[in-house]
Every structure is written in structure tokens, then in C-alpha cells.
Design a protein around this ligand. Structure first.
Ligand SMILES: O=C(O)CCC(=O)C(=O)O
Ligand SMILES: [Fe+2]
Length: 330
């Protein structure tokens, strides 16, 4: 339905067919989209052979929106079968789309996965799951998923987050707010650039939540070479530990992000690409159907080699014992 004011990049039919065919061939050769060195090898080879036309659409995010919607791919609603009841039971559901996501991610950088999340898979299934309605994770539904940087607790977090839509009958929007559209005075920026509070692992990382080390304090805002960037996850930030001045600045940032937030309701086939250094994303509340027709997204996370958008101090963080697995690590 509506993608609000999000910039759209429209793949022509030939480019969409090229991606579908490449993914289909990889799936036929591998028999599954489950991660293996063989599968990743095929993806890397195929991504390297993508046409310039496809590649042009996958150039870096190039506006202050900090995101774009890639349109033109298609999903066969009957062919993908019912929406899985949870990520854990998704298996090979929509497998060819997992591989499309990997091809896109590989054309933009290096896909990453987490040992502690969704069994180390490189493409996650985001579906509402019974019993998780109230959580601050992708499996929730009844609550607003508050705006956050993806995997904000970790120094190895993605530079780009990709959300590919399989099904969204109720037009449930992802929200996105760019730090480049926010108005904050210099004093607030200075306060929020101090390493004052930690960002704790979110509920998708049970193991990291049990980590024994002491949580590092991190800045929320940071001036990188190309402008202001943010690392923000209020649901996992112990704000009560900060003084009133810090809290007030944090709340002004929150209010500004809400003011500039856009709602992006993805249609099947559309892929939202979010710059995780510029944009916080979330999701509006909704009522899960739990009948096989629920909203269903595929998610991939991408590191962009050589990108210098992170404070150098992050290199010393322990990451709560979690390791980001790079698809093409040497
Ligand atoms: O469901 C959505 O639109 C976004 C969920 C989310 O935050 C995520 O998948 O990282
Ligand atoms: Fe998220």
C-alpha cells in the first residue's frame, strides 16, 4: 500500500527476473536456503555476476531519509504457503526469497548472522508468534515496537538492515525515523554524545542477556565523516540511571524522532533497506491472526566493508559474548 515519503527504487521486469532466476538456480543446486558454506559460495558467485542494472538499484542509501524501498520483485502468495507460526518452525518456507535477500545483501556488502539469534541463520523470518505478543522483538504484535537501532547492544551490528515483505494483508507499517531529519540543539547533541549509559542485549538474545561482564556505556549520537549517526534503543537503555539533564535530552531526541517518523507499509515483494547508522525503525501494533495469513517479513543484516561510521571506542566492546558471523569471512 503506502510507502509514505520513502524513496522508491523500481526494478524493471528484466532485473526482477534476473534476481528470481539466480535465486531459483541456487535453491535448485542447494536444495535448501539453510546456511552452508556451499550455499554462501553460490550466492557470492551469483551476486558477483549481477547486471549493472540491478547493481545500480543497490547503490548506497543516498538521501537524508536514510532508507529506500526496492520495488519490482514479486511473491506468489499461494506458492509460499502459510505464514509460519514462529521463526523456529519456518524451515524452508519461502526459501527462494531467502536467497533473493542474500543476493541483494551480498551486492550491498557482507551479510551477517548471530549465533544467538534464529539458529545462526543469515535470513530471519519475522512473524508474530503466540505468547510473544507483548515483547520488544520482531515476534511481537499487540504492542508498538518502539524505534530502535537494530542490534544496538553490539559493536558488530549491521550497517544496513533489509526487510523483505512476503505477506502483509493488514497493511501493518514499519516505522522509520532518520537522525538527519531531526532538529536538536548543539547542547543536546553534546550531552547525547557522551558515553553515559549502556544498551543491553534485547530479548531476542537470551544467551547474551546472561553475560557476566559489565555493560559498557556508549554514546547515543556520534559525528561521523558524513554527518550525525545514532545508536538508540530506549527499551533496553536503563535511563533511570542517568541524571535529569541527560534524561531530558534523551526525551527530546525521542520526541524529534517521533516527529520525523514515517510509516512504511510494505507490499509483498518490496524490500525496505534501512541505514542502521542513520535510521531507527519500529512497527505499529497489530492484532495477529494466527491462521497462516499473518504478516511475514524476511530480514537480513549487512555490514559494509570499510565504512567508517562508528566511534573508535566501539572496537573495545565485548558485545556481551555474542559474535557477528560474517558470510564471507576469510
Ligand atoms: O516488523 C517490522 O516491521 C520490523 C521489526 C523489526 O524491528 C525487525 O525485524 O528488526
Ligand atoms: Fe528491528
Amino acid at each position: 500500500m503506502s510507502t509514505g515519503t520513502a524513496p522508491v527504487r523500481l526494478l524493471d521486469a528484466a532485473s526482477a527476473a534476473e534476481l528470481h532466476q539466480a535465486a531459483g538456480q541456487i535453491l535448485a543446486a542447494s536444495g535448501t536456503s539453510a546456511t552452508s558454506p556451499e550455499l554462501l559460495g553460490r550466492v557470492a558467485e551469483s551476486a558477483a555476476a549481477l547486471s549493472d542494472a540491478v547493481r545500480r538499484h543497490l547503490r548506497p542509501v543516498d538521501t537524508d531519509d536514510g532508507l529506500f524501498v526496492l520495488r519490482g520483485l514479486t511473491v506468489d502468495d499461494a506458492g509460499i504457503g502459510p505464514t509460519p507460526g514462529s521463526w523456529a518452525t519456518a524451515g524452508d518456507a519461502g526459501a527462494v526469497h531467502d536467497i533473493v535477500m542474500l543476493l541483494l545483501a551480498t551486492a550491498m556488502g557482507t551479510p551477517i548472522a548471530w549465533e544467538g539469534q534464529q539458529n545462526g541463520q543469515f535470513v530471519h523470518n519475522i512473524v508474530p508468534a503466540p505468547g510473544h505478543e507483548q515483547e520488544q522483538t520482531g515476534a511481537s504484535s499487540a504492542v508498538l515496537l518502539s524505534p530502535h537501532t537494530e542490534d544496538a547492544f553490539h559493536p558488530g551490528r549491521a550497517h544496513l538492515l533489509m526487510l523483505g515483505c512476503m505477506r502483509n494483508h493488514d497493511d501493518i507499517a514499519t516505522t522509520a525515523a532518520s537522525i538527519r531529519k531531526v532538529r536538536l540543539d548543539d547542547a543536546d547533541i553534546a550531552v547525547l554524545s557522551r558515553a553515559e549509559l549502556p544498551i543491553l542485549p534485547d530479548d531476542a538474545y537470551a544467551e547474551a542477556q546472561g553475560f557476566g561482564g559489565s555493560p559498557p556505556d556508549v554514546p547515543v549520537l556520534w559525528h561521523s565523516e558524513d554527518g550525525l549517526t545514532l545508536r538508540f534503543d530506549p527499551a533496553y537503555t536503563p535511563l533511570e540511571k542517568a541524571g535529569p539533564g541527560y534524561r531530558a535530552a534523551y526525551e527530546r531526541l525521542e520526541a524529534e524522532l517521533a516527529r520525523v517518523s514515517v510509516a512504511v507499509s510494505l507490499e509483498p515483494g518490496e524490500v525496505l533497506v534501512v541505514d542502521n547508522d542513520l535510521v531507527v525503525h519500529g512497527r505499529v501494533p497489530f492484532k495477529a491472526r494466527y491462521d497462516g495469513t499473518d504478516r511475514w517479513l524476511k530480514r537480513a543484516s549487512v555490514r559494509v566493508p570499510g565504512r567508517a561510521t562508528r566511534p573508535p571506542a566501539e572496537a573495545a566492546e565485548h558485545g556481551y559474548g555474542q559474535a557477528a558471523l560474517e558470510a564471507y569471512a576469510a
